[in-house]
Design a protein around this ligand. Sequence first.
Ligand code: FPP
Length: 233
Amino acid sequence: MKRIRLPSHIAFIMDGNGRWAKRRFRPRGYGHRMGVQNMFKICAHAFHLGIPIVTVYALSAENLKRPREEVEELFDLFRTYFSKKKEKFLELNAKINVIGDLSALPEDIREGIAELTQDTKDRTQSLLNVCVNYGSRQEIIEAVNAAVSYGRFVDEQNFSELLLTAGVPDPDLIVRTGGELRLSNFLLFQAAYSELYFSNKMWPEFSKRDLEKAIENYSARDRRFGNVREEKR
Ligand code: FPP
């Protein structure tokens, strides 16, 4: 890869698992299974390239309204990778932080998550945030209610501290696969100045090279954060 400016925090909306599977005459669950394998590959590559923080949208709050069978398949994947095959997460050498309303998850999955979080809590080199049953509007509303209950006004800084991503810098780059051009209730407050990158590849086929292309594209952008850039005279 060329000499480039790396994002400090990259986030992924891993869309297109279902369509990828359907095009291969396979059930949607197969797409999710291939999707999770790709998630480990792409996260490992992002850390390998030197990006310290990665966030993945593994299950949105809205995804729980999908047919029971598909939700169960996704729960089975969590069950597998948060406990039986947790070495896939451990091998990333990152601190694992699971973000979202975990109360809706079966207890065994919550236990697996708690253990994995505990196992990796002292890792300081890389951080992987896994968003599960996450919804950004819900997160913002909860933060507002928390501020109200403390009886205090908020500013940008202390409001951020009430969000589920407290202490984590905002994503510099958000990558969405699957060809859709939207954020789908993902990190709405945190994405205020994120660069957005959309790929037509379906998530299971998004490759390491595709990740590098997204980063090269990001690197060439002029981030002004609403300010102006000094013209060279
Ligand atoms: C969107 O594809 C993807 C999801 C709803 C789930 C993504 C989850 C994973 C990759 C697995 C995460 C697992 C662990 C253990 C963290 P879609 O089904 O909406 O695809 P479509 O748009 O083609 O229908």
